[in-house]
Ligand binder design. Structure first.
Ligand SMILES: C[S@@+](CC[C@H](N)C(=O)[O-])C[C@H]1O[C@@H](n2cnc3c(N)ncnc32)[C@H](O)[C@@H]1O
Length: 351
């Protein structure tokens, strides 16, 4: 298979296991989103999913599932919503369900498999590999779900000169362009692969961090955190704990998209129509306040592996401690940032 996912690099995974710094223990923002958006996902399935052959199993994929428990909640919701739809349209006939839990091969699939809910209404399978490549046979999937995963680029944009920063937030034009180019190439590949893998009438629900058009990254809470992470590393460089060259050559492969960018990508890559695209304000439940230590634990669960590979694991405790203090000390900076519309809820239907 020429477009197989084996050819895609995959160094970024969340902290595995169930320890204090694990993703399983530090992903409750994502968990809250899964429950908040259940009703929206139910409506999408009821109104837009088309299943023509109920003699076949229904195949559902969660792309970027990590280690749970959020993926189990999400997949249970999806399967129940499809069952409810089919029990009305085809009374007396209920196909079997297969759920594919997909993530990088280095994801902690052992923890995922060991914590699978014993009473689940589907057959479970793990699919290792990058979603920026092919993962499934042609026309085999009915429903694709992805939550908080598509902000990860396939790799850091090439040839970046990004002095004293670790992201494109507040960076120069060349750096911003390099990030945008990488993102557009990745998302085009993602859409192309899914267009081949999904059956006509199938639906994708994609949730990813995003920003309203025209709002600079420097006003987005998560991007402020990336900026503070860069500043913490630079403080450590001044004390000789890391080198400036190490900081300059480290960049986060994370991207925050916007509605106009997504609209253009979907229009250019035939295969899907946009059924719904909304920006939701998931931070409103926190009253616009970002609590320093909590958000830092979330960042650590996601970024520790990546930072350790570049700087060594010896700096991790101190770095995140400094970041927590900086975040608390920058309360007004973080609180002033634009907290509206930070999560995109995107529904695409296979034409
Ligand atoms: C923040 S976690 C989200 C987990 C879960 N969906 C949730 O909502 O809690 C992002 C996951 O996406 C995975 N991921 C990132 N890029 C990926 C790629 N190219 N292919 C497959 N998985 C990827 C990461 O390994 C990680 O497990």
């Amino acid at each position: 298979m020429s477009d197989s996912s084996d050819q895609v690099a995959e160094p970024y995974v969340m902290n595995g296991g169930e320890g204090a710094f694990s993703y399983a223990k530090n992903s409750y923002f994502q968990k809250a989103t899964t429950s908040d958006l259940k009703a929206m996902v139910d409506t999408v399935i009821a109104d837009h999913l088309e299943i023509t052959d109920v003699s076949d199993p229904i195949r559902v994929a969660d792309l970027g599932c990590s280690v749970g428990p959020n993926t189990f909640q999400a997949m249970q919701n999806v399967v129940e919503a499809v069952q409810s739809k089919l029990s009305k349209s085809n009374p007396g006939i209920m196909p079997g369900f297969q759920v594919f839990f997909c993530d990088h091969t280095s994801n902690d699939f052992n923890t995922l498999f060991m914590s699978l809910p014993p009473e689940r209404p589907y057959y479970a399978a793990g699919v290792p590999g990058s979603f920026y490549g092919r993962l499934f046979p042609d026309s085999s999937l009915h429903f694709v779900y992805s939550s908080y995963a598509l902000q990860w680029l396939s790799e850091v944009p090439e040839g970046l000169v990004n002095k004293g920063r670790v992201h494109c937030t507040n960076a120069g034009d060349n750096v911003c362009k390099a990030y945008a180019t990488r993102y557009r190439t990745d998302m085009s590949t993602f859409l192309m692969c899914r267009a081949k893998e999904m059956a006509v009438g199938g639906v994708m629900v994609l949730m990813m961090p995003a920003k309203p058009d025209g709002v600079p990254l420097g006003k987005i809470p998560i991007c402020v955190m990336y900026e503070l992470l860069g500043l913490s590393l630079m403080d450590m460089a001044k004390e000789g704990k890391v080198t400036e060259a190490q900081v300059d050559s480290f960049n986060l492969p994370l991207y925050i998209t916007s509605p106009s960018e997504i609209m253009q990508l979907v229009e250019t890559n035939a295969g899907f129509e946009i059924v719904n695209m909304e920006l939701l304000n998931t931070l409103s439940r926190y009253g616009g306040q970002i609590r320093g230590r909590e958000i830092v634990m979330h960042l650590r669960a996601g970024l520790e592996g990546l930072i350790s590979v570049h700087f060594g694991s010896g700096i991790i405790d101190e770095l995140f401690d400094r970041l927590a203090r900086k975040t608390e000390g920058s309360g007004s900076l973080v609180d002033m940032t634009y907290s509206k519309g930070n999560l995109m809820f995107l529904v695409l239907k296979r034409k």
